[in-house]
Write a protein that binds this ligand. Sequence first.
Ligand SMILES: Cc1cc2nc3c(=O)[nH]c(=O)nc-3n(C[C@H](O)[C@H](O)[C@H](O)COP(=O)(O)OP(=O)(O)OC[C@H]3O[C@@H](n4cnc5c(N)ncnc54)[C@H](O)[C@@H]3O)c2cc1C
Length: 475
Amino acid sequence: MANEYDVVVIGSGTGGYVAAIRAAQLGLATAVVERAPVLGGTCLNWGCIPTKALLEHAHALKIAQDWKEWGLTLGQAAIGIDMNQVQSRKDKIVKGLTGGIEFLFKKNKIDWIKGSGRLAGKGRVEITDGDKRTLTARKDIIVATGSQPRSVPGITIDKKRIITSDEAIGLKDVPKSIAILGSGAVGVEFASIFRRFGSEVTIIELLPRLVPIEDEAVSAELERSFRKQGITVLTGTKVTSAKAGGNGVDVEFTTAQAPDGKTTKIHVELLLVATGRGPVTTGLGAEDAGLQLERGYIRVDTQYRTSVAGISAIGDVITFEQPGHPQLAHLSSAEGIALAERIAGREFRALNYDQIPGCTYCDPEIGSVGLSEAKARARGYDVRVGTFKFGVLGRARIAGETEGFVKIVADTKYDEILGVHMIGPRSTELVAEATLALKLECTVEELIRTIHAHPTMSEAVVEAAHATHGSAIHA
Ligand SMILES: Cc1cc2nc3c(=O)[nH]c(=O)nc-3n(C[C@H](O)[C@H](O)[C@H](O)COP(=O)(O)OP(=O)(O)OC[C@H]3O[C@@H](n4cnc5c(N)ncnc54)[C@H](O)[C@@H]3O)c2cc1C
């Protein structure tokens, strides 16, 4: 294998592997350094794919548990979940997809260098373990080393009783009880999975509402639904200690409402810490190479250039001038494509970070893009909103999925759609239409005049547009 390339990518997650394929498509000799035994990074191996596989099992169980409603003839046998089958199906899906990336690498003549990459001076990457050697990148080095779970001060992850998503995706038994710390996408997805599988679930969030980055109306709807499903929701709640023992974890917390900071204690079989993920730069030699780091993240400019010429970075490991770079698989891939095109000398097409769709696959699921109502108001827009409930739709009733709504946030002056927020059936698919609407700077009127097929869940989108103009047909 050659040691000289145009581009050397460190990390084969959704950022790195997509950047590599695009670079190779554009004629650049490309290598990817990956230290894990498989390609695909967090998304394929420990994130998006395994969690959504578990959620699909949860959905299958939901249908089976409602067998009478659906006219299924399952008889009187107790309906449960076989975790061995769940795990083996999930593993098969993951293996198929990671193998697919290996195939794409071969197809595009990308070399997979097995080992850990370290920045070793201008245009050089040293492989410090595995396939030890030094690679040269004639044009650019792309750092796409991603993120890993992190805890909060005072809570030690022992990976047995106090776990992260990395352990939660591989559980062979359904815990009798589980507390989940953090109600971002990862936290609420596991809450849905374990509740459906039969666990007693408590979700603990420091901020006053679940899924705090979503529109407030979405948070309120999710909390209502979670409570109905029997999930204990503790918002505005701070965990003060978590001690793992032989048979579980003692979790102590205090709420904003508790008099004099009085703490409450619960005992659970498992505590899942889902409070966010930190950047991975261990062994990368980032500081020695002179990269500017902020809280461990690699600082980049709007074209993903680091502070050192010839080194770029994308994905979960980066931060911008404005903090809060979203950690999303599709965003890392989009950054990878834009960057590869720049390196190949093509026009750089900047991403609009106000138009990144976000999906949370809890039950009911959430899809959102653009500004929330509060953010739009904070930016000074004269805002008008329209909301339409899924429950009114024929398609939602047929599916037995009647919770939730679509909410459109628009600018009154130009009628432009600024944000679309939905919670309910197929929201993670429906958000694609909303994303296109934002990308094309669509007005509410244009959305109203776009004919939506019947009966579909997408009718909630067009009805929400009607509602924004005060003219919903079915409300
Ligand atoms: C439970 C969970 C569920 C998620 N669900 C979703 C979802 O549904 N949708 C979504 O959009 N996002 C989801 N995410 C987030 C998504 O997985 C990440 O945003 C995405 O994987 C980031 O891609 P990346 O390429 O930046 O980094 P990563 O995927 O983290 O890949 C980095 C790779 O670099 C390798 N690496 C690190 N350092 C080195 C080194 N020095 N040398 C060689 N290799 C190295 C690592 O082994 C890893 O393979 C989820 C995350 C989690 C944890």
